[in-house]
Design a binder for this molecule. Structure first.
Ligand SMILES: *[C@@H]1O[C@H](CO)[C@@H](O)[C@H](O)[C@H]1NC(C)=O
Ligand SMILES: *[C@@H]1O[C@H](CO)[C@@H](O)[C@H](O)[C@H]1NC(C)=O
Ligand SMILES: *[C@@H]1O[C@H](CO)[C@@H](O)[C@H](O)[C@H]1NC(C)=O
Ligand SMILES: *[C@@H]1O[C@H](CO)[C@@H](O)[C@H](O)[C@H]1NC(C)=O
Length: 386
C-alpha cells in the first residue's frame, strides 16, 4: 500500500515530457466485502501440491479443453479488496467540479493494480490521463493479488465468479450513498462521491471479467472499455511459457507459504515477447518482469464458466486491442480490425459498439509509446457516450 502511494507521488519527480499536464489526487482504499459466490467444483482437480500437475491443467485449458466439473462450490466469506482511488485534482483556484464518472480498472493475469499507474513510468499513468480528462479512477487488486492481505485457496476460491461478485459489490457501493461500503470513496477532505456514471475498464483477463459482469449484471456499467481483448484467441505464448509456483520460485518476494496454485512466469524473454511488441521503452520489460504478480489455477480453470455473450447489456462498448497483440489480434491492421468487428457479436444488445486497434503496439497497450494517443481516443469516446 505504502509502496503504491510512493510510486504515484514519485511520478512528479521523474518528469518525462510526454507525461500528462495534470496529476490526480490519489489514495489507497480498502473494501471489506461479504460475498456468497457459486464457484466451480472440479471433478478431476490437479494435485494442489504438484506444480507440474497444476501447469498441465492450465495448459490444457489454454489449448481449448474444458475441465470436468462437479456442480458448484458455494464460497461464503468476507474478502478485503484494495484499490488505488484517484480523483481529478481541484483546479488552480477554481472550484472542484465533480468527476464525469468513475472508471473501475481491472488488471490482467500476472499483474496487479500498479499496471494502471504505469509501473512507476510516469508517461504511462492511466490515473493521470483520466484525471486530466475529468474522470475518477479506481484500480482494484483482484482477490489473491497485489496488496490484498488474503491469499485464499487458488483453485477452489480464487475463481472468476468470485472476482465478478466482488466487483459487483464495489459498483453498488460507488453508486449508492446508503451502501455500507460507500464511504470508502471519500478522501478525508470531501465526502464520498455517489457516481451515476460507471465505466468498467478491463485489461485482458480483466476485460473477460468486465464482459461477464455486463452479462450477469447488465445495469452495473454504463460503458465497457475492454482492452487487450477480443473474440479471437491465440494462447500459444502462454501455453509455451515456463510457469512456476511463485512461492517456490521466489520465496523472498512471494512467500514460501504461498500455495502452489499461485503461478507466474520465470522467463523474462518469454514475458517480454508475450506482452510487448513494436514501439515501447526498452526499460519497461525488465521492470515489468521484476514486478510481476501471479495468476491462480482457479482463475484459468473456471474461466469457461463465465464466458458467453453479454445478452441484455444495453450500455456502450469500446474494444481496444493492439494490432501486434500476441493473444487477441494479429497483423496487419485490416486483419486485426476484422477480429475486433466480429467481437461485436458478444454484445448483441449494446447501445453502441466501437473498436480501435493501436498500431506498432503489443498486448500491454497502456505501456507502449502509443499509450497517450490510446488514452486520448478512449476519453474522447467516453465524453461522447456518457
Ligand atoms: C461430486 O460432489 C459430490 C458432493 O459435493 C461428492 O460426493 C462426489 O464425490 C463428487 N464427485 C466427483 C467425481 O468429484
Ligand atoms: C499438500 O501439502 C500439505 C503440506 O505438506 C498437506 O498438509 C496437504 O495434505 C497436501 N495436500 C494434498 C492434497 O496432498
Ligand atoms: C490555471 O487556470 C488557468 C485558467 O483556466 C489556465 O490557463 C492555467 O494554465 C492553469 N494553470 C495551471 C498551473 O494549471
Ligand atoms: C504488484 O505490481 C507491482 C508493479 O508491477 C510490483 O512492484 C509488486 O511487487 C506487485 N505485487 C505483488 C504482490 O506481486
Amino acid at each position: 500500500m505504502r509502496h503504491d502511494t510512493l510510486t504515484l507521488l514519485g511520478l512528479t519527480f521523474l518528469g518525462a515530457s510526454a507525461s500528462p499536464t495534470f496529476t490526480p489526487s490519489c489514495s489507497d482504499v480498502a473494501f471489506d466485502i461479504p460475498v456468497v459466490s457459486n464457484n466451480v467444483a472440479f471433478a478431476s482437480p490437479p494435485d494442489p501440491n504438484n506444480t507440474a500437475d497444476i501447469v498441465e491443467f492450465m495448459r490444457a485449458i489454454w489449448g481449448g479443453a474444458t475441465p470436468a466439473t462437479n456442480g458448484t462450490l458455494t464460497i461464503s466469506d468476507t474478502f478485503t479488496i484494495r484499490g488505488t482511488y484517484c480523483r481529478p485534482r481541484p483546479g488552480n483556484g477554481t472550484a472542484r467540479s465533480p468527476p464525469k464518472g468513475l472508471q473501475i480498472l481491472v488488471h490482467g493475469i500476472t499483474y496487479n493494480k500498479t499496471m494502471w499507474a504505469g509501473e512507476g513510468f510516469p508517461s504511462y499513468d492511466w490515473h493521470a490521463f483520466a484525471a486530466a480528462r475529468g474522470y475518477a479512477t479506481l484500480a482494484l487488486d483482484r482477490l489473491g493479488h497485489g496488496a490484498n492481505p488474503q491469499r485464499p485457496d487458488p483453485l477452489a476460491v480464487v475463481q472468476p465468479q468470485l472476482q465478478i461478485d466482488l466487483i459487483h459489490a464495489i459498483v453498488a457501493a460507488a453508486r449508492d450513498p446508503s451502501d455500507v461500503l460507500h464511504s470508502v470513496l471519500g478522501d478525508g477532505d470531501s465526502p464520498a462521491t455517489a457516481f451515476s456514471k460507471i465505466v468498467v475498464v478491463g485489461h485482458s483477463y480483466g476485460s473477460y471479467l468486465g464482459a461477464a459482469l455486463a452479462a450477469q449484471h447488465p445495469a452495473d456499467a454504463d460503458a465497457l472499455v475492454l482492452t487487450g481483448y477480443s473474440g479471437y484467441l491465440d494462447f500459444t505464448d502462454v501455453i509455451e511459457a515456463d510457469w512456476v509456483s511463485a512461492g517456490v520460485w521466489r520465496p523472498d518476494r512471494f512467500g514460501a507459504d504461498l500455495p502452489k496454485g499461485y503461478v507466474t512466469m520465470s522467463n523474462p524473454a518469454q514475458r517480454a515477447a508475450a506482452f510487448f511488441a513494436g514501439g515501447y521503452d526498452a526499460d519497461i520489460p525488465p521492470v515489468d518482469f521484476e514486478g510481476e504478480d501471479t495468476l491462480t489455477v482457479g482463475e484459468i480453470g473456471a474461466l469457461g464458466a463465465i464466458l458467453g455473450d453479454a445478452v441484455g447489456y444495453v450500455g456502450d462498448v469500446l474494444v481496444v486491442t493492439a494490432v501486434e497483440d500476441a493473444f487477441f489480434c494479429e497483423p496487419p491492421l485490416e486483419k486485426c480490425e476484422e477480429h475486433l468487428r466480429q467481437t461485436a457479436t458478444s454484445f448483441p444488445d449494446a447501445k453502441s459498439y466501437d473498436y480501435f486497434a493501436p498500431t506498432n503496439t503489443g498486448h500491454d497497450l497502456t505501456l507502449h509509446h502509443s499509450a497517450a494517443d490510446t488514452a486520448e481516443r478512449i476519453h474522447d469516446w467516453l465524453d461522447e457516450k456518457l
